[in-house]
Design a protein around this ligand. Sequence first.
Ligand SMILES: [Zn+2]
Length: 265
Amino acid sequence: MTPEHIVGIVTAALFGAALGSFSNVLAIRWHEEVDLGGRSKCPGCGHVIRPQHLVPVFSWLWLRGKCADCGKKIHIQYPIVEAIAMLLGGIAAWQANPFTSPLQFALLFICTVGFLAPVVMDLRWQELPVEYLVGLGVVGVGLRTAIAWYAGANLLVSLGSTLAAIVIGVGVFWLQVALSRGRWLGEGDVWFGGMMGAVLGAPALVGIGIYFAYIIGGLWAVAGLASGAYKRGSRLPFAPALATGTMVALWHGENILSWIRHGML
Ligand SMILES: [Zn+2]
């Protein structure tokens, strides 16, 4: 690894942490339907949060998870999302050097860090930001098309493959919503499936993403039922599993496909 690549990883991790911090605010303000302008305030006492207390993760640790003004507990969501975003940003730059493969890096960065806001919304309020998911999908298609264009690939083939991937992503989840009349999955998951197709760009990769989403979702359900966090028959938030499955396909999909082709799986 070159020193330049290490600089790229550290920078991307810090940028990821900052975007994680923004994702927290975005999720909450989207849920409360307030606009994104204006400084962040403590929900307890309404004091504007000081700039030195806006440093991701570290401020939360420094303040021991409490507001500096009123002492109200700051939701654990904040440092957790910031820490995960930092990790995901670093991984994106580790997998694709931002200096030598900026488009691949942008795709890996946006399509991992960008999943945090919808995952938080699904976990906390069982709702998904549909327009945001569509936006991620559009950005994913744009970046994939640019990557294909630079690589000299046939753009029609590339777009056709993406379209097929979107149809499969939407179709699989729409079918489950229709069959269960919304008891297993919600409409938001159908949009998530479409976005998954758009950012992965190939039907085989969507298959891998869905496969891992169900394994992770299944383990999550078993753990949730065993710990009493969820009751039998209650709907589980599925976006965390969908996001993780999509990331597995983004990170390792091509490797997994080549293992399958060579009969190693
Ligand atoms: Zn306060």
